[in-house]
Design a protein around this ligand. Structure first.
Ligand code: KIV
Length: 271
């Protein structure tokens, strides 16, 4: 069992060393204090305060509605809990696509107000200027290629990306651009495993896959999905480690029963 006791604080340099040593990087999403404390205690390497909070925490259909203020709220809650993991925060949709100055201002706000360690943004060539500007301000950037959920209205579907030659070619080129710009890693979402493996071999920075096969430098999943809290999302890449949905429902049922039957509280549970 992993504990955080003897493990080093994770920095972007540690992730780079892990790639060199062939040690896989474990990343999960976290949006609140309690979950982040559990994740950090477990020894997770990276906590992603993903804009998937828009779906998971707020119940939106896409990641698009979440705001900068809401991301800062989630990120600050996570930062209060974390001692060891590297905390990366998504720049939300509409907060960086306008121009590089806007992208820099958003990144500075998120880092200053939450205390996070790095930011993540979706895209390649199109956002290069913004990435350069953010990096030159000393803010580490994690790239994100393949299925980029902020572009769902352009794609129209969440199916596997880069299966056609032209899109695969652009992805290879974007990965190189992100590496050359100085990103410390790249999330590869829902692309063919052989393409993810090829990109991983071709660049020196770590790749972190979600639905990108095993030959990448690390993996990321949405915590609520892998815990089985959320049952209405079952892509092939999702491994469920628990069925918390059913366990929680059982516990809530038991509580409701105990309250209604006046079995809770008992004599020892009162003052
Ligand atoms: O927002 C998120 O949770 C993500 C991961 C799925 C990579 O971007």
């Amino acid at each position: 069992m992993y504990t955080t006791k003897d493990l080093p604080k994770i920095t972007t340099h540690v992730l780079q060393e892990m790639k060199l040593k062939g040690e896989k990087i474990a990343m999960l999403t976290g949006y609140d204090f309690s979950m982040a404390r559990l994740l950090d205690e477990s020894g997770i390497d990276v906590i992603l305060v993903g804009d998937s909070a828009s779906n998971v925490m707020a119940g939106h259909k896409t990641t698009l509605p979440i705001t900068i203020d809401q991301m800062i709220y989630h990120a600050s809650s996570v930062m209060r809990a974390v001692k060891r993991a590297l905390v990366v925060v998504d720049l939300p949709f509409g907060s960086y696509q306008g121009n590089s100055k806007e992208a820099l201002n958003t990144s500075i706000r998120i880092m200053k107000e939450s205390g996070c360690n790095a930011i993540k943004m979706e895209g390649g060539q199109e956002i290069k200027e913004s990435i350069d500007r953010i990096l030159s301000a000393g803010i580490p950037v994690l790239g994100h290629l393949g299925l980029t959920p902020q572009s769902i209205n352009k794609f129209g579907t969440y199916i596997v990306r880069a299966t056609e030659d032209e899109e695969a070619k652009k992805l290879r080129s974007d990965a190189k651009i992100l590496e050359d710009s100085g990103c410390f890693g790249i999330v590869l979402e829902k692309i063919p495993a052989p393409l993810a493996a090829e990109v991983t071999r071709s660049i020196k920075i770590p790749t972190i896959g979600i639905g990108a096969g095993k030959d990448v430098d690390g993996q990321v999943l949405v915590s609520h999905d892998m815990l089985g809290i959320n049952q209405d999302f079952s892509p092939r890449f999702l491994r469920r480690y628990h069925n918390l949905h059913d366990e929680m429902i059982r516990s809530f049922h038991a509580y409701i029963h105990d309250v209604k039957s006046a079995e809770f509280p008992n004599d020892r549970e009162q003052y």
